[in-house]
Each structure stands twice: as C-alpha cells, then as structure tokens.
Design a protein around this ligand. Sequence first.
Ligand SMILES: *Cc1c(COP(=O)(O)O)cnc(C)c1O
Ligand code: SF4
Length: 381
Amino acid sequence: MAGSTVRTRAEWQEQLAGGIRDVRALPGLSDERRQELAEVDAEYPFFTTPYYFGLIEKLDPSDPIYLQQIPDARELQNPAFLEADPLDEETDMPVKHLTHRYPDRVLLVVTHTCAMYCRFCTRKRKVGKNPVPARAEMDAAIAYIAHHTEVRDVLLSGGDPLTLTDAALEYIIRKLRAIPHVEVIRIGSKIPCVNPARVTDALCAMLAKYHPFYLNTHFNHPRELTPEAVAACGRLVDHGIPVGCQTVLLRGVNDDPAVMKELVHKLLKARVKPYYIYQADLVAGTDHFRTSVQTGLKIMESLQGHTTGFGVPQYIIDAPGGGGKIPVTPQRILELTDDRIVLRNYEGNVYSYPAGGYSKDGASVGGCPDTAAGTARAFVE
Ligand SMILES: *Cc1c(COP(=O)(O)O)cnc(C)c1O
Ligand code: SF4
C-alpha cells in the first residue's frame, strides 16, 4: 500500500542525491589543504557528481578533470583587474534574470544550480549561491520577450537549466513557444558532460515538442567523452535536437593543439558540432586557468585546414565590459586592395585572387591572378 507511492530514483537523481558536497571529505588531502579548500568553498561553492568525480585518474591538479572540479587555493588570490562580472551581464538586464545584449536574441537565466560547479565559471559570482528564480520572475522575463518582437532567439542558461525538473523546464519552454516571434529556443547545459543519465528519453521527447530546439553543451577534455556522455548526446540528436559544444580554453586542461584536436574529433564522432572555443573571461577567482591568446591562435592554426571544416569551432573573446562575443582568427589576409587579395593557406603558402569581382566591360577587374608563386600552384594542383 505505502509501496505504491514509492518510486525508484532514477540514475540521474542518484547522481544528484549522492553528490559530493563536502570538500573536507575528499580523499588524499593534508590537514592544511583541507582547511584551504574549506575557505575556498565558503566563497565559491563546491559540488560534483560521483560520475564526474569518477573520471579523475590522478587525485591532484595535474589531472585535467580534477582541476576543473576541485577547489583550489588560487581562487582566492586575485589580481586587481579581475572582476566578479567582467561581461557586465547584470547591467544589460532590462528585467531580472534576462540579459538582452544583442539585437535579436536574449539570454534567460532559469536557475543558479549546476550538477557540478566548474571552478572557472564565468558566473562564479552567483552559481550555487542564489535560489532558483521564482515563477513570477520567470513570467515577468517571458512577458518582456513577448513584448519585444525583435527577439527571435531565446537562450536558456544558468546555472544549468537541466537541473530543473522536466515539468519546471517545460513550463518555461511552452510559454516561450507560444510567442509567435520566437523562432529558435536553445539551452546551454553541461549536464551531458557531468550527469549524462539526466538526458532521459522522456526529457528529449519533451524538448522535441518545441522544435526548432537546439542545445549547446560543454566539454573541455577528450576524456569527458565517455560512452555514457556520447550516448546522452546521441539521444538528443536522435530526437532531432542539434547539439553544439562550447569549450573553454583552460590552462592545464586543453591549452594544447593535440588535446584540442582529439576533443573536436571525439565530439564529431558523438555527432556534436564544435561551436565555440572561449578565451577565459576576466573573472575573479579564475586567473590560474587563463591561457595566452597566442596559444589560442596556435590551436586554431592547428585545426583550420588540418581537419574537418565543421569540426573547427570559432575562437571567441567575450569583450570585457559587455562588448559581446568577438571571433578571433589567425591572420589569413596578407593584403587587400581594390585589385587583389593575398591570402595565406593552412600550410603557410601564399595565394593571390582578383578582388574586384565581375566586370561587364571585360576589363578584368583586379586583373588575372598575378604570378605569385602560390597562385600558379593553386591552378596546377
Ligand atoms: C552568448 C550570448 C548569446 C548567444 O550568442 P550566440 O553567439 O548567438 O551563440 C546571447 N546573449 C548573451 C548575453 C550571450 O552572452
Ligand atoms: S555548468 Fe556552466 S554555469 Fe554551471 S558552473 Fe559550469 S560553466 Fe558555470
């Protein structure tokens, strides 16, 4: 009788209920380090799933999976130029929880909870610290979108939206889909990486009711693409949900062309499109993760032309002060005049192309490709 109301907890709920939240209980810590980490945890909360913790191979910061999830004393040592909110997300908020920065799309924070708190998070100032936004606040944000007919793309973010229940999430998505000018709805979620069992068939089927629906997930290291994670991405794609990946360039994790190439290859095998690589934002508490832009450009050089075109993400710097995302690309254009463009290819060879376009009087605008050595080769090969 009582048994009729007892439901078995699903695997993904076990992962959350059995989550590791006491930093002092981590194995292999000296007393001094335990004290240090407790101080970090008091400022920036710690939480991870047994699944993601289990991907650690070596229990120290030289392990890229350890480094991403275990607090570090360096989080409290901050150079003065780092800020809590370097992207000015809070100042671009016309209504609580909603950032309207670009003309035609908005970012809606639907929760501040995650299944694991990435130590390098851009929203370190608020994840794990604030309550889930009240339903009335979500209603107000959705009303803003309904009144702003220029908004054709809504990005649900957080925190991790997939920490909400299917019902809580569907409440928001159904209301958004009812707005005629909202064309695309998408979610940013790290769940496929840190609690893949959460991506149930029921969840996918619910999301698929609201097509066109997209999901961008977040993998930073090839070891994260376990059979479970690959299956989670596959379930989304099988439901017609295109999955992209936003990777953060992190020192000691993936600041290496070989690691990044292995990551994009594994993503493609999982049917995930590498979308962005982010240069780390200037967020207080994350300085030890920052890598030089030169390293980022070297990684882009190692990908473009050397591997599948749709496996090459864009490298992005999100401009401090709210300037938005700016793509940064290795220099390909060596010269551009009315007559010609001189280009450098992935192997470093130089080619020239007439820049002027169609000319109806036959005077070849920009002339024939000139005799740059590379041009001749381009025609014969
Ligand atoms: C990243 C972001 C978006 C979405 O940008 P895309 O380049 O279209 O993926 C929208 N709003 C804000 C505030 C963002 O930071
Ligand atoms: S899952 Fe996303 S929002 Fe949550 S801590 Fe990681 S980067 Fe931040």
